[in-house]
Design a protein around this ligand. Structure first.
Ligand SMILES: Nc1ncnc2c1ncn2[C@@H]1O[C@H](COP(=O)(O)OP(=O)(O)O)[C@@H](O)[C@H]1O
Ligand SMILES: [Mg+2]
Length: 264
């Protein structure tokens, strides 16, 4: 088992953001965490990096990752862990990049955060840039974030998140800021990277259908709890929980598959 979580989280003025939440992941697994806005997905994602202190949250329970309870680690140990053992990709790629720093400098700094050999960053970055279909020449590495597209920026962040070969990558709504085609390409990329590198991935989304081609298992979240978890096939063919059934019913149908009364 890579990760085993049992959590309660209260925010000031918002108790029960996570309520007795139970969740686990195996090594190399790619899991979709699905729930509507406000269900607690980002709270769980941030909790996994032990980042909720910044939000004055009260966190109770345990987050056992690679055999250690992350809630018991000091800040120094957590800094070593973040980016090296667990990395995070956020929703809005443009605001995750520093507008003043060139793309190459982002990689250099991300590399130097965990490696004493500061100059070796290119040896690690270039194969990853290739892998996410981005150029590796100086013309690209010298660009500033506003000179590349949003889809490219998200690929830069994905490559940066994989720089230190972490066993777990968390992506919080990684495609919400992208158009549908870039969205599909990015989700496909996650799947291929998971297959090729063996990195376990937790893909957070409000959209059950879009992650169903990407993930092998989905966990459905409602009001701070995981209400159901299973293989994609099992969730679609035999949803157990009323909320999961509602999510499946809400998936838009092709126009010719709609009820006759609605067809124009
Ligand atoms: N810093 C905070 N202070 C108070 N309440 C918060 C804070 N952050 C999130 N919440 C509340 O916690 C609940 C879960 O939020 P969140 O984890 O962001 O959900 P999701 O990512 O699924 O949209 C929501 O009701 C949200 O309003
Ligand atoms: Mg969120």
């Amino acid at each position: 088992m890579l990760l085993e979580v049992s959590l309660n989280v209260d925010y000031p003025g918002r108790p029960g953001a996570l309520q007795d939440l139970q969740f686990s992941m195996n090594e190399g697994e790619i899991v979709g965490l699905i729930g509507e806005s406000g269900s607690g997905k980002s709270t769980l994602a941030l909790a996994l990096l032990n980042l909720l202190d910044c939000k004055s949250a009260r966190v109770r329970g345990s987050i056992v990752f690679e055999g250690r309870d992350l809630l018991a680690l000091n800040e120094r140990a957590l800094r070593t862990l973040r980016g090296q053992r667990i990395s995070l990709v956020l929703q809005s790629p443009m605001s995750a990049l520093n507008p003043m720093l060139r793309i190459g400098t982002h990689f250099k700094e991300a590399w130097a955060a965990h490696s004493p050999q500061r100059d070796a960053w290119k040896q690690s970055a270039c194969p990853l840039l290739n892998r996410v279909c981005l150029p590796t020449d100086d013309a690209f590495l010298n660009k500033l974030p506003h000179e590349i597209s949003v889809g490219q920026a998200q690929r830069v962040l994905i490559a940066m998140a994989l720089l230190h070969s972490p066993p777990l990558l968390i992506a919080d709504e990684p495609t919400s800021a992208l158009d549908v085609i870039t969205q599909a390409e990015t989700l496909k990329l996650f799947r291929e990277l998971n297959r090729d590198l063996g990195t376990a991935m937790l893909i957070v989304s409000h959209d059950l259908l879009s992650v169903s081609n990407t993930c092998s298992r989905v966990a459905i979240m409602e009001s701070g709890r995981i209400v159901e978890s299973g293989s994609v096939r099992q969730i679609f063919e035999d949803p157990r929980h009323a909320y999961t059934k509602r999510l499946i019913d809400a998936i838009p149908k092709m126009p010719w598959a709609r009820e006759p009364a609605l067809q124009g």
